[in-house]
Design a protein around this ligand. Structure first.
Ligand SMILES: [Zn+2]
Ligand SMILES: [Zn+2]
Length: 132
């Protein structure tokens, strides 16, 4: 499974086909995307590989927060980054093929959700992070 940014400078490869999609509705993700939040899948580090463009990959950490993001410095697309020590998060919209296996499973930070955005009833709703 491959992914890339809008301009194509950054490309990556997943060695597995993930299935569970997490949609984060927190206020930081909403500002970052300019939308209702961001949808990601989580993969083990060993299943992720950069193919090109790491020279134009940029990182930003919000001061005083654990929240951080990676993005293409040419086109601004959200890019994969470290979820924790063992896993990467992958912005789902940057995957380019084999997306049939993906299902929205978890809504995160629904207490911060934009009022205009409906939630799919089939996914589990968490008030904040995954543990809540
Ligand atoms: Zn790009
Ligand atoms: Zn978020």
């Amino acid at each position: 499974m491959k992914g890339e940014c809008n301009c194509g400078a950054i490309r990556y490869h997943l060695k597995i086909s993930p299935s569970d999609v997490y949609m984060c509705h927190c206020s930081i993700c909403r500002k970052s995307t300019g939308s209702g939040g961001i949808a990601v899948v989580i993969v083990e580090n060993e299943h992720f590989q950069w193919l090109s463009g790491q020279d134009v990959l940029r990182h930003w950490r919000k001061p005083g927060h654990d929240w951080h993001s990676y993005f293409c410095s040419v086109c601004g697309s959200a890019m994969p980054g470290e979820n924790d020590d063992d896993r990467m998060y992958i912005p789902v919209g940057t995957l380019v093929d084999e997306v049939e296996s993906l299902r929205l499973r978890h809504h995160l930070f629904v207490d911060s959700k934009a009022g205009w955005e409906p939630l799919s009833e089939s996914a589990i709703q968490h008030k904040a992070g995954f543990e809540s």
